[in-house]
Design a protein around this ligand. Structure first.
Ligand SMILES: [Zn+2]
Length: 71
């Protein structure tokens, strides 16, 4: 696998949307390629941050209910 192939699949790899064969190919490439591993690290951190901020962002109706309970 070339770096360009790896990068094009990295996004779906992080999201675990690749099939087993593709995921294995990406994984093997990452293990032998520090550049792409850096990329992967970055992508997965960004995804975690995005996921985290979504979980914190409670729906307005729920926040309103919470506010009434607390007041
Ligand atoms: Zn690479």
């Amino acid at each position: 696998m070339k770096c360009s192939d790896c990068e094009s699949k990295l996004d779906r790899y992080v999201d675990r949307e690749l099939n087993n064969t593709e995921a294995l190919q990406v994984q093997l490439h990452l293990e032998g390629c520090p550049d792409c591993m850096d990329h992967y690290d970055f992508e997965s951190k960004v995804k975690r941050l995005v996921k985290h901020s979504c979980e914190c962002d409670t729906p307005p109706a729920f926040r309103e209910k919470l506010r009434q309970l607390l007041s």
